[in-house]
Structures are given as C-alpha cells and as structure tokens.
Design a protein around this ligand. Sequence first.
Ligand code: GTP
Length: 611
Amino acid sequence: FPNHLIRNFAILSHIDHGKSTLADRLLEETRTIQRKEGPGGNKQVLDKLKVERERGITVKAQTASMFFEDGGKNYLLNLIDTPGHVDFSWEVSRSLRACQGALLLVDATQGVQAQTISVFHIAKEQGIKIIPVLNKIDLPAAGPERISSQIATTFGLDPSEMLYISAKTGLGVTDVLKAVVGRIPAPTFDVGAPLRALLFDSSYDRYRGVISLVSLQGGTIRKGDRIASCHTRKKYDIIDVGIMHPEETSTGVLQAGQVGYIACNMKESAEAHIGDTLHRVGESVEPLPGFKPTRAMVFAGIFPVDSNDFTKLEESIKRLTLTDRSVTIQRESSTALGQGCRLGFLGTLHMDVFRQRLEDEYDASVIITAPTVPYMIIQKGKSKIISNPTDFPEASEVSMRTAEVQEPMVNATIIVPQGESMCEYLGDMMDLCSSHRAQDIDHRYLDSSGSSQRVILRSKLPLSEIVTDFFDSLKHRSSGFASFDYEDAGYEKSDMMKMTFMLNGKPIDALAMIVHRSALSHVGKGWVKKLKEVIPRQLFEVAIQAVAGNKVISRETLSAMRKDVTAGLYGGHYERKLKHLNKQKEGKKKMKRIGNIDLPQEAFFTVLSSK
Ligand code: GTP
C-alpha cells in the first residue's frame, strides 16, 4: 500500500457519546465484520475486555484496519478506538501518535462535555486534522443546529465541516468514511528509509509471548527480519507480522505509514517498552520521540484475601500491567494484611477497573486499601514523595515540625446545564466544590443564547478531595447531567495529618490515612463507627480509636463477649467439645492479629469496600 492510499485516524469523544458504536458501523460498512441485524447485532466489537462489556466503557484503545473503496481507489484505513474517561487520557495521547487525523464525536442530545474539551486539546496539541461529527441525531431530543453552533464556538471549528450521523442506525456513516479519506492527510513516511517502528501498545499471548502494536514511521518490516530495540538494545527475529482486521491477520509485511502487530519471540512483558523505537539490526537510526511517562496519582495497597495466594496475585498483577503500563508496582507488607503490592494508578476509575480485571481475568480475590494521593514533604531544601500513609511522619515527630507538607492540586472543569428550571444545578455544583476545599471558583456560559444553556465551571481543588466520593456526588447532585474532567495543577502547601486507627492501643497499619486537619473529626468518627460494626466481639473489651497528632479524635468501645463458647457443652461430651475447639482453630487461621485481638480478613474487606 503506497502512503497516499493510507489513512490513520482515531475516534475521540466524551464517555458514552458513541465511539465504539461508530467503530462497529465503520467495520460493517467496510465489510471488515459481517453486519448483524436485530438486538443480537454487533455491539462494541472492539471492547474485548469483560469489564468493558459489563460497564459499557472502553478502557483499552484498540486498533482495527479496514479497506474502503472511494472514487475507484482502494484505501487502507487504520482506526484506533480510544477510551473516553479522564483516567485513560494517557491511552488517548498514545494512540494519537500513530494518527494523522481524528473524528471528534459529540452526542447531539448532550452537546460538548468535559472530556470533549480535554480530548480536543490533546488532538490539537498533536497538530492532527480534527473532523467534528454530531452523533445520535436519530434521537428525538437531539438538537443538531444548537449543538453544532456550540461546537463551532467552543473549538473555533467551521460549522460547514460538521457531519451529522447516527452510529446506531448507520445514517451518515458512509460520509464519515469519505471524510476520512478526503480530509485527513495521508502519512508521509518514507518506505525507502531505514526501518523505524514506534511501539505504542502491547499484549501478552500465552503461546507467542509479547505481541506489540507498531506504527511504521520509516522503512519496511518483514517476517524473518532481525530487529533491535533502541531502548534495551536487545535483538529479536520477527516471527509474524500483520494487521488487525479486526483480529490479527498475518500479511508477512508492513511498511511505512501502516499500523499493525508484530510477534518477535519477546518473552518478558517488561521488554516491550511503550514509546520504544524498533529498528533493523545493523542500521543506526535516531529514535522517534518517546512518550511522556505517566505519573501515578492514586495509590492503594492490594492484598490477597487469603494470604497464601500472594505469589499468584503478584504474578497476575505483573501479567495485567503488561496490557496497562500506566500502573506502577511495589511490594508492600502489612501486619494486618500480610504480603501485598502497592500500586499506583492514574485515577480511581482506573483503580476500580484494574481490580475488576484482576477478578475477571485472573480469578483473584483482593482487599484494596483506601486510595491515597502522593504527598510531598519538604525539609531542609530536600523533597520526598510519600505515597503510603504508613510512611507519613507523625505530627509529633521533631522532623515534622520543621517540615512542610504539600499536596497535589488539580484544575477541574465541570459542565452543567443551566436553564430556567435547572437554576439549582450551578449553585449545587459550587457548593460541592466549596465543601471539597475548592479555590477560585469561576464560571461562564458555553452557549451564547437559548433557554437551556450550559455553564462551564472551573476551579482548583486538592486531588485528594476528588479521589473519594466527588464524582458520585457530582452525578447525584446534578441528576447525572454534570460532566467533569481535571488536569494536573502542581503541588501546594497544605495542613495534612496522619490518622491512625487503634485497637486497644495497637495501630492497624493498613487503615492509616492522610487527612486534612479540618476533616479529622468527621473522618475519624465515620471510620471508628464502621470498624465497630465489622469487628467481632472478643472475650474482653476493645477500644477503637482514631488518633492524629497524639490526640484521640474519636473513640468507640466494643463490649466484651461474655459467653464461653464451650459453656453449653458439658463434661461427658468431650468429643463434641474438642470438635468445636478445632473448628475454632480452623477459623483462627484466617484471622489476623492486631495486638491480642483476632480479626477476620473479611472485616478489612468489608470496612474497606464500604463507601
Ligand atoms: P466509551 O467507550 O465508554 O467512552 O463509550 P463510547 O463512546 O464508545 O459509547 P458507546 O458506543 O458504548 O455508546 C454509548 C451508548 O450510546 C450505547 O448504549 C449506544 O447504543 C448508544 N448510541 C451510540 N450511538 C448512538 C446513536 O447514534 N443513536 C442512539 N440512539 N444511540 C446511540
């Protein structure tokens, strides 16, 4: 395929605006997959993961190649389906590096939403051609003209460039293909140049090892070629090469401008570096610009429910991170929960999805600790990042008195409808922000006219405030109408303290958390109460305390269980008594000891998974 007949493009949009549905239609229209009518029809065929199907969201970007005839010419179109949620924006910018254009899809009933703005900016930054597409025009509530002018004013796009489609019914989908061919520039890479393949994604196949997705930005790659990595300098033989059509389809060759997969006997997942440049052995090339490394923003400890399963869990986590390189791993051990891993995620949805994938794909049952953000401690001109509350110094420590604590901040964007009957939303959203320690709340109208307007609200918030219940509250208080996105805004000084929970004076390390001074009492009370509900009564009284800076913030007492378990089993029934005691011993094995208190592992599970 010569370059001028190739188009590499992505579909970008806010969550649920119809990317995966449009991808299905494009694959059908080009006969890449067979059309299926009725309720059993093709549904988000590119969303292959169980979690994606269950939640109806795209988590992992997928690549699919198709052929399309236009004006007597046969084109090769490479589509990259991208996820819409803020936590996965890394996947978006990564995918776009292999594209020369993108369809910016907007739901004609919802209009511009927070992530529409963020993905637009990512695409703009990469300098690629953007084609605005208005989707769901089949719905009675669609307002194509209004939304079209909203898109035009928000992004400075020409309204005449807008395409009107229904990904559901297929209306206008051919025009989308024609626009891809007509408006998106062909890649301009040199087939005669030395091989340079950008490795932009990888997955693990039990039989063939690592399968990498590559974008060829120079030269040709063939089965049997010997290649090397610019990053690791390791050498490999290409055993298979081809395109995703939409499944792996061996072609034996890929050339500059194309996107496809390679298998090259790469055994270890760690060898496939996302952003690496692969070249031919014996040729020296300038590596392509790599990707900005991602920064984990939310950390949590993951422990097996059954401590014996640690090795298996660790192996599963390693396998899973191969398909999701943005997760960071470190070993961690806790007196309460045993051996585990401390993982870093891009956000809480990311964390949730990872946990679900561990359960779905690796059959793991895990306990996940409360999420925490990375704090910075500055002392004597040196700074240190702390991502585990256990490592956070006590307020009473001498060093702590001379140190400054800083916390990560974000610039948040909330978009909410504001009409005569909906006045309350804007106020509610402002209240929500204020109650989460927001600064500089500011708003403006997105549409210039009309009775039902949209307001864009911007504010600076501590990241720690949005990793817990912020998103749920936002959706709840706006009846689902508000959309939300945020970006990194650096670190700021803050009055954070470590809160520890104690059982009869002994700390439960897995529950330590970092809390703003103003929230100590509220948070402490809530958790102590939750703990009281899940801790089984012991033969003695148990004091449950929340402690911060050497002060008891909250306390509850769990009264003693007076009954002797064997009381009802009198003398003669020795065997029964023994059996009973043995059974108790069995149960004890699954218990964790904090001081002299036995806690079932499930108690941690319950307390940590309750909202
Ligand atoms: P994420 O991958 O999670 O970001 O979502 P998405 O953008 O891929 O959206 P998806 O294709 O999963 O569609 C979301 C919902 O909108 C699904 O229930 C689709 O059936 C529905 N939908 C998509 N396009 C249309 C359309 O043109 N008309 C109507 N009526 N519904 C549509």
